[in-house]
Design a protein around this ligand. Structure first.
Ligand SMILES: [Fe+2]
Length: 367
């Protein structure tokens, strides 16, 4: 039998390789519409899923993405169509860009309309329906790109259709249940190093992960109040679509945040950078982005890799208000303690989530 051995790669005295940032790319409204029409005109696939990945030219198998860790899928359903159930250990932010419909996810039905956002938890069986009269078009942002790179993307095309998610048990740290170590998790030394028994390792504190729905009209009503922040406000006029299951990593899923931003006319951001990659979908107005010194112009209906991780960038709106959905792999980077952030190039970088972060000039108690 052949055996394979690991090998040694001498890196004595070597410095770290230079970053090779993926350049920003823009997928125009026209190109998206042409692909939607092509998908809609084809024969119905056996699993019902008419879909195309939107892939960066630098992406390589396995794990094709629009950013190295973010897979973006364009999905279309014709009126009356329904997809086959599926489940997987990747998690998703889902976004309806045209039409309407519904999804059954973990036994819950979500009826969605244009610009609504919802999330799909890990291993939750789901299927889509188009019970309307128009084409349904969705963008799905998934960490499948990363899991495929790790060789651990588990996909089940024939899932059992459970009524609902398993309840997260009340798992208290140090609980003395059946099969618990009598010593629990305990402090080893004055540094604060601990020891944790195997019983806790195979039964970590569970947090229920539910599909949540952010209807656009409800989000927009809140977002439009941020216009009152005025011209001098240095922060972003946005809301993070927050899933409380993500706790301190501020996510919509455990991997991504989704933010909805309004940009009043003629607002120019400060150049900044972060190790999270950012993908924007613009759905009102127009403007431009400067990314690593290169200018990209965009308009409503365009999708863009707006910032490769650690690329210096800023965005500017033209003469109308801009609405955009941004996806970043920020929660993952917070969990990994790798989220370097530089809010302006005059300020030092911070490890967000591990150090004190940044502030804006927003007045306490004001807008
Ligand atoms: Fe940014």
């Amino acid at each position: 039998m052949d055996t394979q051995n690991g090998k040694f790669v001498d890196c004595s005295g070597a410095s770290a390789p230079k970053l090779n940032l993926w350049p920003s790319v823009l997928i125009s409204k026209e190109d998206i519409e042409a692909e939607v029409a092509r998908l809609a005109d084809g024969p119905t696939p056996a699993n019902g899923r008419r879909a195309s990945l939107i892939v960066h030219p630098n992406a390589r198998e396995p794990g094709l993405g629009l950013a190295p860790g973010i897979r973006v899928t364009l999905s279309v359903l014709r009126p009356g169509e329904q997809t086959q159930p599926i489940r997987h250990n990747s998690t998703q932010v889902d976004f309806c860009i045209r039409g309407a419909g519904s999804v059954m996810v973990h036994g819950r039905r979500i009826d969605f309309g244009q610009y609504d956002v919802w999330n799909t938890p890990s291993m939750a069986p789901y299927w889509y329906m188009n019970d309307g009269y128009e084409l349904q078009v969705r963008l799905t942002y998934s960490n499948a790109a990363l899991l495929e790179k790790m060789n651990v993307h588990i996909v089940d095309d024939d899932p059992p259709l459970t009524e609902g998610p398993e309840e997260a048990p009340e798992a208290e740290a140090g609980a003395q249940g059946a099969g618990e170590s009598p010593f629990g998790t305990f402090q080893l030394n004055e540094d604060g190093a601990f020891l944790m028994p195997y019983e806790r390792l195979i039964n970590p504190t569970a947090v229920a992960s539910a599909p949540l729905h952010w209807p656009w009209q409800r989000v927009k009503a809140e977002l439009d109040k941020l216009a009152a922040l005025g011209k001098d406000y240095v922060g972003r006029r946005l809301y993070l679509l927050y899933n409380p299951a993500t706790g301190r990593t501020n996510g919509t899923t455990q991997n991504f945040f989704a933010t909805m931003t309004v940009r009043p006319p003629r607002i120019v951001d400060r150049p900044h950078r972060h190790t999270s990659a950012a993908i924007n979908y613009y759905f009102a107005g127009s403007g431009r982005s400067t990314v690593e010194g290169k200018i990209y112009e965009w308009k409503a209906g365009d999708l863009m890799l707006s910032a490769p991780g650690w690329g210096v960038h800023n965005h500017a709106s033209y003469d109308e208000p801009v609405y955009e959905l941004t996806i970043q792999d920020q929660p993952l980077n917070i969990a990994m303690e790798s989220l370097l952030w530089q809010e302006s190039l005059q300020q030092p970088m911070k490890v967000l989530g591990a150090q004190a972060g940044f502030a804006t000039n927003r007045k306490a108690g004001g807008n």
